[in-house]
Write a protein that binds this ligand. Structure first.
Ligand code: ADP
Ligand code: MG
Length: 253
């Protein structure tokens, strides 16, 4: 079913992302893979959540489904109170462009565009006016204001990931989804990125959902959600890296 109803503004809703009984099964000739086996969780507006779990536990699938990039096999996802299942592809794409930003393991930058134009691209795609100072400010926040005219192939991996973060910051999304955003960064750049994501939640009320393997990275989040075999198996609030690492090893036993 396709509707053209404009979604209500997300800021009006206290729950940024809600998953209700979400499953995702990949069907292949070798058999079905149950990547998500029934996830029910709400991500409050202004919360910063880290998602952790062993490789193959469903973290990336959870992010893709929560962001409406993939559809659940069963169950419901709602963004800002708007059930995604009722939206057609066009409305879903519009909601993503206006309300969400993504930072992935692979940087997903366009090699033909400068850092500046990569940061400005989502706004251009959403039909918004690009303000030069705003783009430069986002690049400054990640320490790349002097690299604005460089194209991604002329930047290091860490710098490319910071361009991807600047793009997400400039878009001022209601919800920021990040999959291992600091995986390729040196310690200092990683910390800078984590602090930016934390202040997006604390100072601007944005909602951040971040997949990570790293307990130190996860300790920047307000809470940590542990996945195993497509299910939520634990949760910690306001925990430090040591506690998170201990919980991970307990869950892996
Ligand atoms: P994680 O990010 O925690 O490593 P994923 O969400 O990528 O886990 O994968 C969860 C499970 O689903 C794994 O068993 C993986 O092999 C499988 N899977 C992921 N994507 C696909 C796909 N496109 N087709 C088939 N199986 C997939
Ligand atoms: Mg993954």
């Amino acid at each position: 079913m396709t509707t053209t109803t404009t979604p209500p503004p997300l800021a009006a809703h206290p729950v940024a992302v809600a998953l209700d009984g979400v499953t995702r099964t990949y069907r292949s000739r070798a058999g079905d893979v149950h990547a998500l086996r029934g996830i029910t969780h709400t991500f409050a507006r202004g919360s910063f959540t880290a998602v952790m779990g062993p490789s193959g536990s469903g973290k990336s699938t959870l992010l893709q489904v929560a962001a409406g990039l993939d559809r659940p096999t069963t169950g419901q996802v709602a963004i800002g109170g708007q059930p995604l299942g009722r939206l057609g592809e066009t409305a879903l794409t519009r909601l993503r462009r206006t309300s969400m930003a993504f930072v992935f393991q692979a940087y997903n930058l366009l090699d033909a565009l400068s850092a500046f134009d990569n940061v400005a691209l989502p706004a251009r795609l959403a039909g918004a006016r690009v303000d030069r100072a705003g783009v430069m400010d986002a690049l400054r926040q990640v320490g790349l204001e002097d690299r604005a005219r460089r194209r991604p192939p002329e930047l290091s991996g860490g710098q490319q990931q910071r361009v991807a973060i600047a793009r997400a910051l400039y878009a001022r999304p209601e919800v920021l989804f990040a999959d291992e955003p600091t995986g390729a960064l040196d310690r200092a750049s990683g910390r800078q990125v984590l602090e930016l994501m934390r202040s997006a939640a604390d100072d601007r009320g944005q909602t951040v959902v971040m997949v990570t393997h790293d307990p130190l990275a996860a300790s920047y989040a307000h809470s940590v959600l542990f996945l195993a075999d497509g299910m939520v198996v634990g949760r910690l609030d306001r925990a430090d890296a040591t506690r998170i690492a201990e919980t991970m090893s307990e869950l892996e036993r």
